[in-house]
Design a protein around this ligand. Structure first.
Ligand code: G3H
Length: 480
Protein backbone atom coordinates (compact mmCIF):
# COMPACT_ATOMS: atom_id res chain seq x y z
CA UNK A 1 0.00 0.00 0.00
CA UNK A 2 1.70 3.18 -1.18
CA UNK A 3 0.99 6.00 -3.61
CA UNK A 4 -2.24 7.83 -4.16
CA UNK A 5 -5.63 6.09 -4.03
CA UNK A 6 -8.88 7.09 -5.69
CA UNK A 7 -12.35 7.10 -4.14
CA UNK A 8 -15.07 4.75 -5.40
CA UNK A 9 -18.18 6.69 -6.42
CA UNK A 10 -21.01 5.48 -8.65
CA UNK A 11 -19.03 2.47 -9.78
CA UNK A 12 -16.04 4.57 -10.91
CA UNK A 13 -12.63 5.21 -9.41
CA UNK A 14 -12.44 8.95 -8.92
CA UNK A 15 -9.59 11.40 -8.46
CA UNK A 16 -11.14 14.35 -6.64
CA UNK A 17 -11.33 17.66 -8.47
CA UNK A 18 -10.37 19.30 -5.14
CA UNK A 19 -6.76 18.35 -5.98
CA UNK A 20 -6.41 17.86 -2.24
CA UNK A 21 -5.38 14.68 -0.50
CA UNK A 22 -5.45 13.19 2.97
CA UNK A 23 -2.14 11.73 4.11
CA UNK A 24 -1.98 8.37 5.82
CA UNK A 25 0.99 7.73 8.10
CA UNK A 26 2.58 4.41 8.90
CA UNK A 27 2.28 4.22 12.71
CA UNK A 28 5.42 2.05 12.97
CA UNK A 29 7.81 4.11 10.88
CA UNK A 30 5.97 7.40 11.45
CA UNK A 31 6.54 8.09 7.77
CA UNK A 32 4.02 8.84 5.08
CA UNK A 33 2.38 5.65 3.84
CA UNK A 34 -0.19 6.72 1.25
CA UNK A 35 -2.54 9.45 0.15
CA UNK A 36 -6.29 9.33 -0.45
CA UNK A 37 -8.63 11.85 -2.05
CA UNK A 38 -10.14 14.72 -0.07
CA UNK A 39 -13.46 14.64 -1.91
CA UNK A 40 -15.53 17.77 -2.37
CA UNK A 41 -19.12 18.39 -1.31
CA UNK A 42 -20.22 18.08 -4.94
CA UNK A 43 -18.60 14.66 -5.15
CA UNK A 44 -20.27 13.64 -1.90
CA UNK A 45 -23.62 14.81 -3.33
CA UNK A 46 -23.00 12.73 -6.47
CA UNK A 47 -22.40 9.65 -4.34
CA UNK A 48 -25.68 10.20 -2.49
CA UNK A 49 -27.55 10.65 -5.78
CA UNK A 50 -26.01 7.41 -7.05
CA UNK A 51 -27.03 5.64 -3.85
CA UNK A 52 -30.65 6.73 -4.20
CA UNK A 53 -30.89 5.56 -7.83
CA UNK A 54 -29.13 2.26 -7.25
CA UNK A 55 -31.15 1.50 -4.13
CA UNK A 56 -34.36 1.82 -6.13
CA UNK A 57 -33.11 -1.04 -8.33
CA UNK A 58 -31.48 -3.08 -5.56
CA UNK A 59 -34.49 -3.18 -3.25
CA UNK A 60 -36.38 -5.01 -6.02
CA UNK A 61 -33.65 -7.61 -6.58
CA UNK A 62 -34.90 -10.90 -5.10
CA UNK A 63 -33.53 -11.62 -1.66
CA UNK A 64 -31.80 -14.85 -2.76
CA UNK A 65 -29.94 -12.90 -5.46
CA UNK A 66 -28.85 -10.27 -2.95
CA UNK A 67 -27.53 -13.10 -0.77
CA UNK A 68 -25.69 -14.60 -3.74
CA UNK A 69 -24.08 -11.25 -4.55
CA UNK A 70 -22.83 -10.94 -0.98
CA UNK A 71 -21.41 -14.45 -1.06
CA UNK A 72 -19.55 -13.53 -4.24
CA UNK A 73 -17.94 -10.55 -2.47
CA UNK A 74 -16.98 -12.76 0.47
CA UNK A 75 -15.21 -15.10 -1.95
CA UNK A 76 -13.28 -12.24 -3.57
CA UNK A 77 -12.36 -10.89 -0.15
CA UNK A 78 -10.87 -14.28 0.74
CA UNK A 79 -8.79 -14.21 -2.47
CA UNK A 80 -7.51 -10.73 -1.51
CA UNK A 81 -6.69 -11.61 2.10
CA UNK A 82 -2.91 -11.21 1.84
CA UNK A 83 -3.07 -7.85 0.06
CA UNK A 84 -5.63 -6.40 2.44
CA UNK A 85 -3.85 -7.76 5.50
CA UNK A 86 -0.65 -6.08 4.31
CA UNK A 87 -2.52 -2.76 4.18
CA UNK A 88 -3.65 -3.26 7.77
CA UNK A 89 -0.09 -4.01 8.83
CA UNK A 90 1.25 -0.78 7.37
CA UNK A 91 -1.71 1.53 7.99
CA UNK A 92 -2.87 0.54 11.45
CA UNK A 93 0.14 -1.48 12.68
CA UNK A 94 -1.90 -4.59 13.33
CA UNK A 95 0.18 -7.78 13.54
CA UNK A 96 0.09 -9.72 10.26
CA UNK A 97 -1.65 -12.78 11.71
CA UNK A 98 -4.31 -10.59 13.36
CA UNK A 99 -4.73 -8.67 10.11
CA UNK A 100 -5.33 -11.92 8.24
CA UNK A 101 -7.86 -12.95 10.91
CA UNK A 102 -9.63 -9.63 10.49
CA UNK A 103 -10.08 -10.27 6.77
CA UNK A 104 -11.18 -13.88 7.26
CA UNK A 105 -13.62 -12.87 9.99
CA UNK A 106 -15.03 -10.24 7.61
CA UNK A 107 -15.66 -12.79 4.86
CA UNK A 108 -17.33 -15.07 7.44
CA UNK A 109 -19.45 -12.17 8.62
CA UNK A 110 -20.64 -11.35 5.09
CA UNK A 111 -21.59 -14.99 4.47
CA UNK A 112 -23.43 -15.27 7.78
CA UNK A 113 -25.27 -12.05 6.99
CA UNK A 114 -26.39 -13.38 3.62
CA UNK A 115 -27.72 -16.52 5.29
CA UNK A 116 -29.37 -14.76 8.22
CA UNK A 117 -30.92 -12.17 5.91
CA UNK A 118 -32.69 -14.90 3.93
CA UNK A 119 -34.29 -16.23 7.12
CA UNK A 120 -35.07 -12.92 8.82
CA UNK A 121 -36.28 -10.87 5.91
CA UNK A 122 -38.52 -13.52 4.39
CA UNK A 123 -40.62 -13.59 7.55
CA UNK A 124 -43.36 -11.13 8.40
CA UNK A 125 -46.49 -10.94 10.53
CA UNK A 126 -50.11 -11.66 9.81
CA UNK A 127 -52.68 -10.27 12.25
CA UNK A 128 -56.43 -10.32 12.42
CA UNK A 129 -58.39 -7.44 13.90
CA UNK A 130 -60.69 -9.37 16.20
CA UNK A 131 -58.18 -9.61 19.06
CA UNK A 132 -58.75 -5.97 19.97
CA UNK A 133 -61.80 -5.25 22.11
CA UNK A 134 -64.87 -4.22 20.11
CA UNK A 135 -63.40 -5.13 16.68
CA UNK A 136 -64.77 -7.69 14.23
CA UNK A 137 -62.62 -10.01 12.12
CA UNK A 138 -62.88 -7.65 9.17
CA UNK A 139 -59.31 -6.38 8.89
CA UNK A 140 -56.29 -8.44 7.95
CA UNK A 141 -52.88 -6.96 8.56
CA UNK A 142 -49.76 -8.06 6.65
CA UNK A 143 -46.47 -6.69 7.84
CA UNK A 144 -42.89 -7.10 6.62
CA UNK A 145 -39.47 -5.43 6.85
CA UNK A 146 -38.41 -3.07 4.08
CA UNK A 147 -35.10 -1.24 3.58
CA UNK A 148 -34.47 2.29 4.85
CA UNK A 149 -32.67 3.68 1.77
CA UNK A 150 -29.07 4.82 2.13
CA UNK A 151 -26.93 3.86 5.12
CA UNK A 152 -23.92 6.04 5.96
CA UNK A 153 -21.25 3.72 7.36
CA UNK A 154 -18.36 5.17 9.39
CA UNK A 155 -15.98 2.48 10.65
CA UNK A 156 -12.99 3.11 12.99
CA UNK A 157 -9.24 2.69 12.48
CA UNK A 158 -8.94 -0.40 14.68
CA UNK A 159 -11.05 -2.64 12.42
CA UNK A 160 -11.21 -0.74 9.10
CA UNK A 161 -12.33 -3.86 7.23
CA UNK A 162 -14.29 -5.88 9.76
CA UNK A 163 -16.23 -3.02 11.31
CA UNK A 164 -16.90 -1.81 7.77
CA UNK A 165 -18.46 -5.08 6.59
CA UNK A 166 -20.38 -5.36 9.86
CA UNK A 167 -22.24 -2.27 8.64
CA UNK A 168 -22.26 -2.82 4.86
CA UNK A 169 -23.36 -6.45 4.78
CA UNK A 170 -26.54 -6.09 6.90
CA UNK A 171 -27.40 -2.90 5.03
CA UNK A 172 -27.06 -4.54 1.62
CA UNK A 173 -28.83 -7.80 2.37
CA UNK A 174 -31.74 -5.72 3.65
CA UNK A 175 -31.93 -3.85 0.32
CA UNK A 176 -30.16 -0.60 1.22
CA UNK A 177 -27.43 1.34 -0.58
CA UNK A 178 -24.29 2.28 1.35
CA UNK A 179 -21.95 5.20 1.49
CA UNK A 180 -18.79 4.43 3.43
CA UNK A 181 -16.53 7.07 4.91
CA UNK A 182 -13.42 5.03 5.69
CA UNK A 183 -11.28 6.02 8.69
CA UNK A 184 -8.14 7.97 7.69
CA UNK A 185 -5.80 5.29 9.06
CA UNK A 186 -7.26 2.23 7.34
CA UNK A 187 -8.61 4.07 4.30
CA UNK A 188 -6.45 2.11 1.87
CA UNK A 189 -7.62 -1.21 3.35
CA UNK A 190 -11.16 0.16 3.00
CA UNK A 191 -10.57 1.02 -0.65
CA UNK A 192 -9.31 -2.50 -1.26
CA UNK A 193 -12.60 -3.70 0.19
CA UNK A 194 -14.36 -1.39 -2.27
CA UNK A 195 -12.39 -3.12 -5.01
CA UNK A 196 -13.88 -6.46 -3.94
CA UNK A 197 -17.35 -5.03 -4.58
CA UNK A 198 -16.15 -3.60 -7.90
CA UNK A 199 -14.69 -6.97 -8.94
CA UNK A 200 -18.02 -8.65 -8.16
CA UNK A 201 -19.29 -6.86 -11.28
CA UNK A 202 -22.89 -6.33 -12.22
CA UNK A 203 -24.37 -8.32 -9.34
CA UNK A 204 -24.59 -4.87 -7.73
CA UNK A 205 -26.10 -1.87 -9.52
CA UNK A 206 -23.54 0.90 -10.10
CA UNK A 207 -23.67 3.37 -7.26
CA UNK A 208 -25.01 0.94 -4.67
CA UNK A 209 -21.70 0.81 -2.79
CA UNK A 210 -19.58 3.96 -2.49
CA UNK A 211 -16.35 4.59 -0.60
CA UNK A 212 -15.79 8.32 -0.26
CA UNK A 213 -12.63 9.55 1.46
CA UNK A 214 -12.80 13.07 2.87
CA UNK A 215 -10.98 15.40 5.18
CA UNK A 216 -13.12 14.72 8.26
CA UNK A 217 -12.56 18.17 9.76
CA UNK A 218 -13.92 19.79 6.58
CA UNK A 219 -16.62 17.41 5.40
CA UNK A 220 -17.35 14.93 8.20
CA UNK A 221 -20.32 16.91 9.52
CA UNK A 222 -21.50 17.61 5.97
CA UNK A 223 -21.78 13.86 5.40
CA UNK A 224 -23.38 13.13 8.76
CA UNK A 225 -26.01 15.81 8.21
CA UNK A 226 -26.62 15.03 4.55
CA UNK A 227 -30.31 14.78 3.62
CA UNK A 228 -29.45 11.67 1.61
CA UNK A 229 -28.85 9.66 4.80
CA UNK A 230 -31.59 7.31 5.93
CA UNK A 231 -29.48 5.67 8.63
CA UNK A 232 -26.10 6.14 10.30
CA UNK A 233 -23.92 3.33 11.58
CA UNK A 234 -20.85 4.70 13.36
CA UNK A 235 -18.03 3.19 15.38
CA UNK A 236 -15.40 5.43 16.87
CA UNK A 237 -14.62 7.76 19.71
CA UNK A 238 -16.32 10.66 21.47
CA UNK A 239 -16.89 12.46 18.16
CA UNK A 240 -19.93 10.19 17.95
CA UNK A 241 -21.49 12.06 20.89
CA UNK A 242 -21.59 15.29 18.90
CA UNK A 243 -22.56 13.50 15.66
CA UNK A 244 -25.58 11.98 17.44
CA UNK A 245 -26.89 15.47 18.11
CA UNK A 246 -26.47 16.54 14.50
CA UNK A 247 -27.84 13.72 12.39
CA UNK A 248 -31.56 14.39 12.68
CA UNK A 249 -34.47 11.98 12.60
CA UNK A 250 -32.93 8.82 11.20
CA UNK A 251 -32.10 5.56 12.98
CA UNK A 252 -28.58 5.62 14.38
CA UNK A 253 -26.32 2.90 15.64
CA UNK A 254 -23.21 3.97 17.50
CA UNK A 255 -20.44 2.31 19.37
CA UNK A 256 -18.12 4.79 21.07
CA UNK A 257 -15.63 2.92 23.22
CA UNK A 258 -15.63 1.40 26.66
CA UNK A 259 -14.01 1.33 30.06
CA UNK A 260 -14.53 -2.42 30.30
CA UNK A 261 -14.16 -3.50 33.91
CA UNK A 262 -12.86 -6.91 34.92
CA UNK A 263 -14.15 -7.88 38.35
CA UNK A 264 -12.13 -10.62 40.03
CA UNK A 265 -13.87 -12.11 43.07
CA UNK A 266 -12.30 -13.76 46.08
CA UNK A 267 -13.26 -17.23 44.82
CA UNK A 268 -12.13 -16.71 41.19
CA UNK A 269 -9.96 -19.13 39.25
CA UNK A 270 -6.97 -16.78 39.25
CA UNK A 271 -5.10 -18.57 36.47
CA UNK A 272 -8.12 -18.23 34.20
CA UNK A 273 -8.65 -14.57 35.18
CA UNK A 274 -4.98 -13.72 34.61
CA UNK A 275 -4.97 -15.39 31.19
CA UNK A 276 -8.03 -13.39 30.11
CA UNK A 277 -6.70 -10.12 31.55
CA UNK A 278 -3.47 -10.47 29.56
CA UNK A 279 -5.23 -11.40 26.32
CA UNK A 280 -8.16 -9.05 26.87
CA UNK A 281 -6.02 -6.13 27.96
CA UNK A 282 -3.15 -6.34 25.51
CA UNK A 283 -4.45 -7.80 22.21
CA UNK A 284 -3.80 -5.31 19.42
CA UNK A 285 -1.96 -3.27 22.06
CA UNK A 286 -5.20 -2.54 23.92
CA UNK A 287 -6.72 -0.66 20.97
CA UNK A 288 -10.09 -2.40 21.16
CA UNK A 289 -13.23 -0.89 22.58
CA UNK A 290 -13.73 -4.24 24.33
CA UNK A 291 -10.23 -4.42 25.83
CA UNK A 292 -9.99 -4.96 29.59
CA UNK A 293 -9.52 -1.34 30.71
CA UNK A 294 -9.57 -1.73 34.47
CA UNK A 295 -9.18 -4.71 36.81
CA UNK A 296 -11.15 -4.51 40.07
CA UNK A 297 -9.80 -7.28 42.26
CA UNK A 298 -10.73 -8.40 45.78
CA UNK A 299 -7.87 -7.30 48.04
CA UNK A 300 -7.46 -10.80 49.53
CA UNK A 301 -6.42 -12.27 46.15
CA UNK A 302 -4.82 -9.17 44.62
CA UNK A 303 -1.19 -10.13 45.26
CA UNK A 304 -1.67 -13.58 43.76
CA UNK A 305 -3.52 -12.19 40.73
CA UNK A 306 -0.91 -9.48 40.10
CA UNK A 307 1.84 -12.08 40.14
CA UNK A 308 0.04 -14.25 37.57
CA UNK A 309 -0.87 -11.33 35.30
CA UNK A 310 2.68 -10.04 35.44
CA UNK A 311 4.02 -13.47 34.45
CA UNK A 312 1.74 -13.36 31.38
CA UNK A 313 2.72 -9.79 30.50
CA UNK A 314 6.40 -10.67 30.66
CA UNK A 315 5.83 -13.26 27.92
CA UNK A 316 4.36 -10.69 25.49
CA UNK A 317 6.59 -9.87 22.57
CA UNK A 318 7.10 -6.23 21.59
CA UNK A 319 7.99 -4.90 18.14
CA UNK A 320 6.76 -4.44 14.61
CA UNK A 321 3.48 -5.76 13.16
CA UNK A 322 5.29 -7.36 10.20
CA UNK A 323 7.07 -9.59 12.71
CA UNK A 324 3.80 -10.65 14.34
CA UNK A 325 4.66 -9.18 17.73
CA UNK A 326 1.98 -9.08 20.44
CA UNK A 327 2.55 -5.42 21.20
CA UNK A 328 2.96 -3.12 18.21
CA UNK A 329 3.06 0.69 17.83
CA UNK A 330 -0.15 2.51 18.69
CA UNK A 331 -1.99 4.32 15.94
CA UNK A 332 -0.43 7.79 16.23
CA UNK A 333 1.91 10.01 18.14
CA UNK A 334 -1.09 11.87 19.54
CA UNK A 335 -2.47 8.62 20.88
CA UNK A 336 0.92 7.61 22.35
CA UNK A 337 1.17 11.02 24.08
CA UNK A 338 -2.33 10.62 25.54
CA UNK A 339 -1.49 7.15 26.89
CA UNK A 340 1.76 8.47 28.34
CA UNK A 341 -0.12 11.31 30.04
CA UNK A 342 -2.36 8.80 31.82
CA UNK A 343 0.61 6.70 32.89
CA UNK A 344 2.53 9.72 34.23
CA UNK A 345 -0.54 10.98 36.10
CA UNK A 346 -0.87 7.56 37.76
CA UNK A 347 2.83 7.58 38.62
CA UNK A 348 2.67 11.02 40.17
CA UNK A 349 -0.34 9.99 42.25
CA UNK A 350 1.37 6.88 43.60
CA UNK A 351 0.41 3.88 41.43
CA UNK A 352 2.74 0.91 41.78
CA UNK A 353 4.43 0.03 38.49
CA UNK A 354 4.66 -3.75 38.10
CA UNK A 355 6.48 -3.21 34.79
CA UNK A 356 8.88 -0.47 33.81
CA UNK A 357 7.31 2.19 31.56
CA UNK A 358 9.11 2.34 28.24
CA UNK A 359 8.29 4.07 24.94
CA UNK A 360 10.08 4.43 21.60
CA UNK A 361 8.15 6.54 19.09
CA UNK A 362 4.64 5.11 18.97
CA UNK A 363 5.72 1.81 20.50
CA UNK A 364 4.78 1.52 24.18
CA UNK A 365 5.86 -1.55 26.15
CA UNK A 366 3.05 -3.37 28.01
CA UNK A 367 2.46 -1.51 31.24
CA UNK A 368 0.84 -2.98 34.33
CA UNK A 369 -0.16 -0.62 37.15
CA UNK A 370 -1.18 -1.84 40.59
CA UNK A 371 -2.78 0.10 43.46
CA UNK A 372 -4.60 2.46 41.11
CA UNK A 373 -7.00 4.72 43.00
CA UNK A 374 -10.14 6.61 41.92
CA UNK A 375 -8.31 9.98 41.97
CA UNK A 376 -6.11 8.84 39.07
CA UNK A 377 -7.28 9.67 35.54
CA UNK A 378 -6.55 6.13 34.38
CA UNK A 379 -9.25 4.85 36.75
CA UNK A 380 -11.82 6.47 34.44
CA UNK A 381 -10.26 7.22 31.05
CA UNK A 382 -9.90 4.76 28.20
CA UNK A 383 -6.17 4.62 27.32
CA UNK A 384 -6.67 2.70 24.07
CA UNK A 385 -3.13 1.45 24.49
CA UNK A 386 -1.14 -1.34 26.16
CA UNK A 387 -1.77 -0.25 29.74
CA UNK A 388 -3.82 -2.17 32.29
CA UNK A 389 -4.62 -0.54 35.65
CA UNK A 390 -5.43 -2.71 38.66
CA UNK A 391 -7.52 -1.37 41.53
CA UNK A 392 -7.86 -3.31 44.78
CA UNK A 393 -11.36 -3.38 46.26
CA UNK A 394 -12.83 -4.59 49.54
CA UNK A 395 -15.59 -6.56 47.84
CA UNK A 396 -17.72 -7.06 44.75
CA UNK A 397 -20.12 -4.25 45.69
CA UNK A 398 -17.31 -1.70 45.64
CA UNK A 399 -16.21 -3.06 42.24
CA UNK A 400 -19.74 -2.80 40.84
CA UNK A 401 -20.12 0.74 42.19
CA UNK A 402 -16.90 1.79 40.44
CA UNK A 403 -17.91 0.16 37.14
CA UNK A 404 -21.34 1.76 37.27
CA UNK A 405 -19.91 5.23 37.91
CA UNK A 406 -18.01 5.22 34.61
CA UNK A 407 -19.58 7.25 31.80
CA UNK A 408 -18.60 4.38 29.45
CA UNK A 409 -20.45 1.08 29.74
CA UNK A 410 -19.79 -1.22 26.82
CA UNK A 411 -18.84 -4.53 28.38
CA UNK A 412 -17.57 -5.90 31.69
CA UNK A 413 -16.47 -9.29 32.91
CA UNK A 414 -16.74 -11.16 36.19
CA UNK A 415 -14.52 -13.99 37.38
CA UNK A 416 -16.06 -16.20 40.06
CA UNK A 417 -16.73 -19.90 40.57
CA UNK A 418 -20.13 -19.24 42.17
CA UNK A 419 -22.88 -19.23 39.57
CA UNK A 420 -25.33 -17.35 41.82
CA UNK A 421 -22.73 -14.66 42.43
CA UNK A 422 -22.05 -14.46 38.69
CA UNK A 423 -25.69 -13.83 37.88
CA UNK A 424 -26.08 -11.36 40.74
CA UNK A 425 -23.08 -9.36 39.55
CA UNK A 426 -24.14 -9.53 35.92
CA UNK A 427 -27.48 -8.03 36.93
CA UNK A 428 -25.80 -5.37 39.06
CA UNK A 429 -23.30 -4.15 36.45
CA UNK A 430 -25.01 -1.69 34.11
CA UNK A 431 -23.11 -2.36 30.86
CA UNK A 432 -24.22 -3.62 27.43
CA UNK A 433 -22.73 -7.09 27.95
CA UNK A 434 -21.32 -8.83 31.00
CA UNK A 435 -19.08 -11.82 30.32
CA UNK A 436 -18.80 -14.49 33.00
CA UNK A 437 -15.35 -16.08 33.29
CA UNK A 438 -14.17 -14.66 29.96
CA UNK A 439 -12.74 -11.38 28.68
CA UNK A 440 -15.00 -8.82 26.98
CA UNK A 441 -15.37 -9.36 23.23
CA UNK A 442 -17.76 -8.38 20.46
CA UNK A 443 -17.83 -11.77 18.78
CA UNK A 444 -19.13 -14.19 17.78
CA UNK A 445 -20.52 -11.64 15.38
CA UNK A 446 -24.15 -12.74 15.54
CA UNK A 447 -24.36 -11.95 19.26
CA UNK A 448 -26.02 -8.66 20.22
CA UNK A 449 -23.44 -5.93 20.85
CA UNK A 450 -24.33 -2.65 22.50
CA UNK A 451 -23.03 0.01 24.81
CA UNK A 452 -24.90 1.82 27.56
CA UNK A 453 -24.48 5.49 28.54
CA UNK A 454 -21.73 7.22 26.49
CA UNK A 455 -20.63 3.89 24.99
CA UNK A 456 -23.31 3.98 22.35
CA UNK A 457 -26.82 3.75 21.12
CA UNK A 458 -28.64 0.89 19.41
CA UNK A 459 -27.59 -2.72 19.33
CA UNK A 460 -25.30 -4.29 16.74
CA UNK A 461 -24.49 -7.87 15.85
CA UNK A 462 -25.71 -9.37 12.59
CA UNK A 463 -29.32 -9.99 13.59
CA UNK A 464 -29.83 -6.65 15.32
CA UNK A 465 -28.12 -4.71 12.54
CA UNK A 466 -30.35 -6.22 9.87
CA UNK A 467 -33.34 -5.32 12.03
CA UNK A 468 -32.10 -1.79 12.63
CA UNK A 469 -31.45 -1.17 8.94
CA UNK A 470 -35.04 -1.97 7.99
CA UNK A 471 -38.42 -0.56 8.91
CA UNK A 472 -41.81 -2.21 9.34
CA UNK A 473 -44.30 -1.75 6.53
CA UNK A 474 -47.88 -2.96 6.84
CA UNK A 475 -50.77 -3.47 4.44
CA UNK A 476 -54.26 -3.74 5.92
CA UNK A 477 -56.98 -5.52 3.95
CA UNK A 478 -60.42 -4.22 4.93
CA UNK A 479 -63.07 -6.86 4.34
CA UNK A 480 -66.65 -5.91 3.55
O1 G3H B 1 -13.05 -1.94 19.04
C1 G3H B 1 -14.21 -2.31 18.98
C2 G3H B 1 -14.58 -3.62 18.44
O2 G3H B 1 -15.96 -3.70 18.24
C3 G3H B 1 -14.08 -4.74 19.31
O3 G3H B 1 -14.21 -5.95 18.66
O4 G3H B 1 -14.07 -7.48 20.63
O5 G3H B 1 -13.81 -8.35 18.32
O6 G3H B 1 -12.04 -6.94 19.34
P1 G3H B 1 -13.49 -7.25 19.27
Amino acid sequence: ASGQYKSYINGKWLRSCSNKVVTIMNPSTREEQAKVQACTREEIDEAYEGCAKAQEVWRQVPLWKRAEALRKVAGILREQRETIADCLVSEVAKAKKDSLSEVDRSADLIEYCAEEGLRLLSKGDFLTSDAFKGTERNKLCLSSRIPLGTVLCIPPFNYPVNLCVSKIAPALIAGNAVLVKPPTQGAVAGLHLAQCFDKAGDVFPKGLVNFVTVKASENGDYMAQHPGNDCLSFTGGDVGLSLAKKVGMIPIQMELGGKDACIVCEDADLDLAAKHIVKGGFSYSGQRCTAVKIVLVHESVADALCEKVLAGVQKLTVGMPEDNKNITPVISEQSANFIEGLVLDAKQKGAKFLTEYKREGNLIWPTLLDRVRPDMDIAWEEPFGPVVPIMRVTGADEAVAHANKSRLALQACVFTKDVDNAIRLSDAVRAGTVQINGAPARGPDHFPFQGFRDSGIGSQGIVNSIGMMTKTKTTVINLP
